[in-house]
Design a protein around this ligand. Structure first.
Ligand SMILES: *Cc1c(COP(=O)(O)O)cnc(C)c1O
Length: 237
């Protein structure tokens, strides 16, 4: 385990401070309390040894987009918590329920039903999930289309082993942070509308990545998923 004068720890500690300062500034600009925003350190492709340094630097909540990768790292790290933020194949659902505290990438009723059943079987109920929404109707992105989610929400809310913590989305990946703002606004508005009509959906909004998390925080993000601003550029995807 790295100590405070370990260069890997001080690098990550400084990066964490920078991100938290940006979050605090964005909160202040719109009258939110910084405590409303939780930082997820997206650790995909980052080696477990470096994640030990991250834990020593105060980063303990990690986001991974592949079950297998998280499965390899999780046993090596004590004190870490894990969110799944990438697409989940049905045949990996059991392992995902065993490994992750929260699954942010629930994108179909079929997957939700499977997780509900597994959460019961594996004594993980209530399992926290976010419903991923493809706000921009981007064919390259996963997630419920907004009107599909509206139609399916009553069925999702009836799954008693799941706790629907909120909605998750990925902003536009091209252009400037400002171009992602309409996506975040629409996710927030959709959340408000859905919560007004169906009980059981939480107010969480998981949105914002390295290039756009300040804008996401201004628009109400409660979880931000930040990788490169903490760990540097990824070598491989
Ligand atoms: C990789 C990834 C992130 C983090 O991206 P950065 O640009 O490195 O901050 C966030 N969310 C999802 C779903 C991702 O796959």
């Amino acid at each position: 385990m790295g100590s405070a004068d370990d260069p890997a720890v001080s690098y990550l500690s400084a990066a964490r401070e920078r991100v938290l300062k940006t979050v605090a500034d964005a909160c202040r600009s719109v009258g939110r309390a910084p405590g409303e925003v939780t930082l997820i350190a997206v650790s995909k492709t980052v080696a477990a040894s470096r994640l030990e340094a991250a834990v020593a630097a105060g980063l303990t909540l990690f986001g991974e987009n592949r079950v297998q990768e998280a499965q390899a790292k999780a046993p090596l790290l004590t004190g870490a918590r894990w969110h799944l933020i990438g697409p989940l194949q049905s045949n990996k659902a059991r392992r995902a329920v065993e490994l992750f505290e929260v699954i942010e990438s629930v994108d179909s009723v079929e997957l939700a039903r499977k997780l509900d059943r597994l959460a019961g079987e594996l004594n993980r109920a209530p399992l926290g999930v976010y419903l991923e929404v493809n706000v921009d109707r981007d064919e390259a992105k996963a997630g419920f289309l907004p009107e599909a989610l509206e139609a399916e929400l009553p069925a999702l809310a009836a799954l008693s082993n799941l706790s629907l913590l909120g909605l998750m989305t990925v902003g536009r990946l091209t252009g400037t942070a400002e171009e992602a703002r309409p996506t975040f606004v629409r996710l927030r508005e959709l959340s408000g509308r859905l919560r007004g009509s169906v009980a059981g959906l939480g107010a969480g909004l998981s949105m914002g990545m390295t290039d756009d998390y300040a804008v996401a925080v201004e628009e109400g993000a409660t979880l931000i998923r930040v990788g490169r601003a903490l760990f540097g550029e990824r070598q491989v995807e």
